[in-house]
Design a protein around this ligand. Structure first.
Ligand code: NDP
Length: 242
């Protein structure tokens, strides 16, 4: 079994790479710039005895993603499971948000998902098999102050994935969304202490989620145990109200 994970070098993507390697997948992951983290992860994941490849590829670059996908299928074989985890934030209230922050977040988070899924849909539809999980966020469902660009990109991922599931279901391809709340990664480490305290007050379990907990859900969704699940959105937020 072969898996392809975007944004695998850190955080949730890294936990997914490790979990899928543990599940027996050969895994190809990409990252934007953090070579050291990618190299370290390649070694860590290889301990599960599967092949793991790391590629520097900006998901906002359509041609780059196409090349990465083709190279992965040449080197490892046809991809069975795709997970898109690459994502960024550039938080500001709308009134203060420069166009560039809007564009960068939409290009990476939403265009990036489109680029990866388009490559996957071509290949998986031909083989009439495959499964996709796209990482959205509770911000994309409930909105979040200071995150209009991020929330728009993450809401877009939901509409995109539900449409993809309808188009590709008849071709044997499943597509679902995982929408995490606060997960302990570099992304939330950028938040101020006051913002963290404010957010945790609204989480029933009173703590951040762990990347491994999100990876467990993804592992289930890409497996045959989830064979009748497609076009669905799974929130994972410790009982948060947002
Ligand atoms: P991190 O910031 O910890 O890691 C982001 C990963 O994405 C890194 O591997 C980074 O590569 C990669 N990346 C960023 N931009 C690009 C790009 N243009 N092309 C390719 N790779 C890129 O993020 P998280 O693990 O926290 O988040 C993972 C996903 O989960 C994101 O989509 C995020 O929106 C979503 N999410 C996270 C939540 C959280 O609380 N952490 C909550 C809800 C959703 P590099 O290492 O090279 O920078």
């Amino acid at each position: 079994m072969i898996a392809l994970v975007s944004g695998g070098s850190r955080g949730i993507g890294k936990a997914i790479v490790l979990r899928l390697a543990q599940d027996g997948y050969d895994v190809a992951f990409c990252y934007r710039s953090n070579e050291d983290a990618a190299e370290q992860l390649t070694k860590e994941a290889a301990e599960y005895g599967t092949r793991v490849t790391a590629t520097r590829c900006d998901v906002s670059d359509a041609a780059g993603v196409r090349d990465w996908y083709r190279r992965t299928e040449r080197e490892l074989g046809p991809v069975d499971a795709v997970v898109t985890s690459a994502g960024i934030t550039k938080d500001r209230p709308v009134l203060l948000m420069p166009e560039d922050d809007w564009n960068q977040v939409l290009r990476t988070n939403l265009d990036g998902v489109y680029h990866v899924c388009r490559a996957a849909a071509f290949s998986m539809s031909k083989r009439k098999a495959g499964t996709i999980v796209n990482l959205s966020s509770v911000s994309g469902i409930y909105g979040n102050t200071g995150q209009a660009n991020y929330a728009a990109s993450k809401a877009g991922i939901i509409g995109f994935t539900k449409s993809l599931a309808k188009e590709c279901g008849p071709r044997g391809v499943r597509a679902n969304v995982v929408a995490p709340g606060l997960i302990d990664t570099d992304m939330v480490r950028d938040m101020t202490e006051a913002a963290v305290a404010r957010q945790l007050k609204n989480v029933a379990l009173g703590r951040f989620g762990r990347p491994e907990e999100v990876a467990d859900l993804v592992s289930f969704l890409v497996s045959d145990r989830a064979a009748y699940i497609t076009g669905s959105v799974f929130e994972i937020h410790g009982g948060g109200t947002f």
